[in-house]
Design a protein around this ligand. Structure first.
Ligand code: 0X9
Ligand code: ZN
Length: 311
């Protein structure tokens, strides 16, 4: 069963191949970019989708900061595929004229390959920490409030699952995202993870709310709307909450994108809801329904931030 699953989920190589095909099929609207290279030298890829008329708003969707979260590759990949394959249909055609959508489905390719071939439940990247242990948690390595916590969910011990790394942006995987976001000035970010079915917004490092009440209202409102849209498809409930309500972490992706640039940013935890339902091991027959329920939420996010950006 697990060999079968490995075939239906993308490897780093099959993802690269399919992203390349999408870019080749529609060079007028899609371009494959290497935004960096992993520790083991794998390309970190993003598909840029849009007419590129210059000065347009841009959105970023990412997946698979965590190696074992295989479904978090598939949802952003299927988003990219649909945007390219239906680029001439409404409403997508309009989006690709008014803005640009960037999709990076596998931020941590080394960890992902390790999860596929060696240790299914591997989480981190494949950094040699020098003490015999491997891996920095890419979702603790971003440079906003980096390292301020020392707790089990955000650890300074190299062998721990949530090791923050020796310094902010010590890893090529987070450097790639840092450099992309620094160049492209995104109007919104969604980063896909699994599991738990949650829609998380900043802060993650503190139980305090973000100071800007308008931003908070906007993100809470969008998260609630996404919850409704998701539930309408297959009845699954994705609970909106502040990241720190799940547990506190410092140096996660959305604290950095919001804290540094003020970008509305969400961490979406995909299926399943519980450990009992399989946890990180999501049967491949759930790839499509998970995409189906997340599609209208992603589309709404695009409508709100690309077509009618809030001032
Ligand atoms: O721990 C994480 O990085 C995310 N959960 S996961 O199970 N996919 O590893 C959640 C990050 C959200 N941020 C905070 N909880 N602060
Ligand atoms: Zn994760």
């Amino acid at each position: 069963a697990s060999a079968e699953a490995a075939e239906q989920y993308h490897s780093a190589a099959t993802l690269e191949e399919e992203l390349r095909q999408l870019a080749q099929a529609r060079p007028d609207i899609a371009e494959l970019k290497e935004i960096g290279r992993s520790i083991e030298g794998r390309p970190i890829l993003a598909l840029r989708i849009g007419d590129r008329r210059g000065g347009v708003p841009k959105l970023l969707f990412m997946g698979c900061h965590h190696a074992r979260e295989w479904i978090a590759v598939e949802v952003p990949f299927l988003l990219a595929k649909e945007l390219v394959e239906r680029a001439d249909e409404a409403p997508i055609a309009g989006w690709l004229t008014s803005g640009e959508i960037w999709v990076a489905p596998m931020v941590n390719p080394d960890g992902h390959e390790h999860s596929r071939a060696q240790e299914r439940l591997w989480r981190k990247n494949r950094r040699r920490n020098g003490d015999g242990s491997f891996g920095v948690d890419p979702n603790r390595n971003y440079g906003y409030m980096w390292g301020i916590l020392d707790v089990p969910t955000s650890s300074h011990v190299p062998s721990d699952e949530t090791y923050v790394g020796p310094r902010a942006f010590s890893e090529p995987e987070t450097q790639a995202v840092r450099d992309l976001v620094g160049c492209e000035r995104f109007a919104g970010v969604i980063t896909y993870h699994s599991y738990s079915q949650l829609i998380l917004y900043p802060w993650g490092y503190t139980e305090k709310s973000i100071p800007d009440a308008q931003h908070r209202e906007q993100m809470v409102g969008m998260a609630q709307e996404m919850q409704t849209l998701i539930q309408e498809v297959h009845g699954k409930i994705y609970v909106p909450q502040q990241s720190s309500e799940l547990y506190p972490t410092a140096g996660d992706t959305t604290d950095w994108t919001y804290g540094t640039y003020g970008i509305p940013s969400f961490t979406v935890e995909l299926r399943p809801r519980t450990f009992q339902e399989g946890g990180f091991i999501l049967p491949p027959d759930q790839i499509l329904p998970t995409w189906e329920e997340n599609r209208p939420a992603a589309f709404r996010f695009i409508e709100q931030l690309l077509v009618a950006p809030v001032a």
